[in-house]
Design a protein. Structure first.
Length: 274
């Protein structure tokens, strides 16, 4: 391992740009930390892929981030968390991981109508993690679900407020509104980028729960409890990598975050990311 990078950075990965919603919260909570962000855009979206495939991708990305000196890895993808987080913690037991969990618990606690909507990918809904969260925390409320087909692809293209994106959200949300939801849980890290449109569709009587701030708080707790906190730097850096097109990632990064910076390309060779 390159000594320059040894245990110096937070590693974050997602199938695409969705994890940027988590990254921005982590940079606010831990401004002195260097970050490596991996977008596996060669395989986006993960939500419709077989579980074993998502696990293989997640393991390959973890090895890549560890080679860059990641001291903690944030799985900023609900699908990868549901499919792979348990296995990653077993295979890389020396490394702390933070994953995504659908924010059903706070939704169930805060709802006044007793009806909660959850937007997530098919893989998240089919995972044991989601089923466990609903069973433990939402047994006394009605939980409505929708997979929002095509929404991740729209966000990957930067189409945050287009007729097609609105149509996808209306198809998901209008039937839920008719059944009385007052809370919407975003179960995919891509979805926070369309919160303004979700709020337009739902109106101001519906609370939208973005899990990213809670994930950032958990990351901060782990970094501090494991004594991994870096000496505060004024010039901490984020290194971006994509297995897709660098130019397309740079374009969407600018649109979503306002940042203009270099993006490095990665290549899959079997299950190895280089």
């Amino acid at each position: 391992m390159n000594a320059l990078f040894q245990k110096s950075s937070i590693g974050i990965f997602d199938s695409g740009v969705g994890g940027l919603s988590v990254l921005r919260e982590i940079r606010t909570s831990l401004p002195g930390e260097n970050v490596f962000y991996v977008a596996d855009q060669a395989h986006v979206p993960y939500g419709s892929r077989p579980v074993d495939q998502v696990r293989a991708f997640s393991e390959g990305i973890t090895r890549f981030l560890l080679s860059k000196g990641a001291k903690i890895i944030v799985v900023a993808c609900n699908t990868a968390s549901a499919a792979a987080l348990h296995d990653l913690r077993k295979k890389f037991s020396e490394v702390p991981f933070v994953g995504m969990e659908p924010a059903v618990k706070p939704a169930a606690e805060q709802t006044k109508t007793g009806v909660v909507g959850v937007l997530a990918t098919p893989a998240t809904f089919q995972g044991a993690l989601y089923a466990s969260v609903v069973e433990r925390f939402a047994s006394e409320v009605i939980v409505l679900q929708h997979t929002c087909p095509g929404l991740v692809a729209q966000i990957e293209r930067g189409e945050l407020d287009t007729p097609k994106t609105r149509e996808i959200l209306e198809d998901a949300l209008l039937p839920m509104l008719q059944k009385g939801i007052d809370t919407v849980v975003l179960g995919c890290t891509h979805y926070p980028f369309v919160i303004p449109l979700i709020e337009q569709v739902c109106g101001d009587q519906v609370r939208v729960i973005d899990p990213a701030p809670a994930v950032a708080r958990q990351t901060q707790r782990v970094v501090e409890s494991e004594r991994l906190l870096s000496v505060t730097k004024k010039n901490s850096t984020v290194n971006y990598f994509t297995s897709g097109s660098e130019m397309e990632f740079m374009s969407i990064l600018k649109k979503l975050t306002g940042e203009s910076c270099k993006v490095k390309h990665m290549v899959w060779k079997g299950d190895i990311l280089t």
